[in-house]
Ligand binder design. Structure first.
Ligand SMILES: [Zn+2]
Ligand SMILES: [Zn+2]
Length: 120
């Protein structure tokens, strides 16, 4: 299969979601809260078997789930800058696609999210 990448990305702040049209025709969306709960950076997610911050908290502050802007990183990832200043999470296109919450994706993988975080 060809390389999957976004063709159009729209951050809808009033609705609190990011909508993505992919080059394979898929159109989906991910809530900003879901995006933040799945921040892949070492501080949030942990690394090398060590838990990260997200493993120790049950709620996020509102400013942590509001996106200031979304930057492209090379041709493979996106970097959200959150209102609390956090910006170390690089979301590869593959990860972003995994986080799609459209009906088709949710039905294809029941139990995809547990406590808002992606299960493996
Ligand atoms: Zn993070
Ligand atoms: Zn989807």
């Amino acid at each position: 299969m060809e390389y999957i990448e976004p063709e159009e990305i729209e951050v809808d702040r009033p609705k609190g979601e990011v909508r993505v049209k992919w080059n394979d025709g898929h159109a989906g969306y991910t809530e900003l809260t879901t995006l933040r709960w799945n921040c892949p950076c070492a501080a949030c997610k942990g690394e090398m078997g060590q838990p990260g911050r997200l493993d120790f908290i049950n709620t996020l502050h509102p400013e942590e789930t509001r996106m200031s802007r979304l930057e492209a990183v090379g041709l493979y990832a996106l970097k959200p800058v959150w209102e609390d200043g956090h910006e170390t999470g690089l979301y590869t296109y593959e990860h972003l696609r995994d986080l799609c919450q459209c009906v088709a994706c949710m039905e294809a993988r029941p139990g995809k999210f547990k406590n808002r975080r992606l299960t493996n």
